[in-house]
Write a protein that binds this ligand. Structure first.
Ligand code: MBD
Ligand code: FE
Length: 287
């Protein structure tokens, strides 16, 4: 069928339009209407894309190889496909479409590739950094519902990178989880723990995603951030991040993850630290 001589002069554009229509029609009888729509839209846009850019066979073979290498590098601890989606802004676009239509006090942010299911339970006031080097950080936050009422017994997972910008799963010598934890809010919706100040950090750059960023002259850095996943019965789950107000790359985050209301002060403090903590150099930060 495709390639059948159309009436009138068979330009590339008319044959391509016919091809696109035939592929879209091939999904028409799908018992899953949503799947039919998703595949039809994908095919229409990809056909339009290869036509617009006049993509060559060599270029398409390269694209397939790039995606193959992206898949080959993907594992539970190295999610190269998530990274690809993130650096192309697709994760942020889907976040926007999913989460910006309901009222929120604190906006959502992308999940990223480093969340690990079932983080270790952490007590209020404990140190999730296990004494790793860094500027001591005292986190004191209150979780509220959309009406502003403090929410008790909310389950809050937190995770972050170390002083050099590495998550525990990236550290070859790290045994077990560190810089992650699961806490529950108290009766006042409050949550306190010690950690270290997050630093800006290059996303894993030794794979196809890093190669792509290099090829277009883009840097690899994320603005310093702390991840939160907040769940409570009867409430929508909130996945978000908080960014260090004076941190670098806030305006050029390589995964387009920064939203203004998520930039907060991590205020320098001196003097006695909370929870009986002895801070050796006397300087610490308060979130
Ligand atoms: C990260 O640490 C991250 O949070 C995101 C969203 C993408 C890559 C690395
Ligand atoms: Fe992160």
């Amino acid at each position: 069928w495709y390639g059948r001589r159309p009436e009138g002069p068979a330009t590339t554009a008319t044959v391509l339009a016919q091809l696109t229509a035939q592929v879209v029609a091939s999904f028409a009888a799908s018992p899953d209407a949503r799947l039919r729509d998703l595949l039809s839209g994908l095919v229409r846009h990809l056909h339009a894309f290869v036509a617009e850019q006049d993509v060559t066979e060599a270029e398409w073979a390269y694209a397939i190889d790039h995606l193959t290498r992206t898949g080959q590098l993907s594992s539970p601890t190295r999610q190269e496909f998530v990274l690809l989606s993130d650096v192309l802004g697709i994760s942020s676009a889907v976040d926007l479409l999913t989460n910006s239509r309901t009222p929120e006090t604190t906006p959502s942010a992308v999940l990223g590739p480093f969340y690990v299911e079932g983080p270790p339970e952490a007590e209020h006031g404990s140190d999730i950094s296990d004494g790793l080097p860094g500027t001591p950080l005292w986190v004191d936050v209150t979780i509220a519902d959309t009406a502003g009422e403090p929410l008790k017994d909310a389950v809050v997972d937190v995770w972050q990178a170390d002083e050099d910008g590495f998550y525990d799963v990236q550290l070859p010598d790290q045994e077990g989880p560190v810089l992650r934890g699961r806490l529950r809010t108290d009766d006042d919706g409050r949550l306190t723990f010690w950690s270290i100040l997050p630093s800006h950090y290059p996303i894993p750059g030794d794979g196809p995603v890093g190669q792509m960023l290099d090829a277009v002259g883009r840097h690899h850095y994320r603005a310093p951030h702390l991840h939160f996943m907040i769940s409570a019965p009867g409430h929508r789950r909130l996945i978000t991040q908080l960014f260090v107000a004076d941190g670098s790359h806030l305006d050029s985050d390589t995964v387009f993850g920064v939203k203004d209301p998520l930039i907060v002060d991590f205020a320098p403090q001196t003097g006695p630290a909370p929870a009986g903590r002895v801070v050796p150099d006397g300087e610490w930060r308060l979130l």
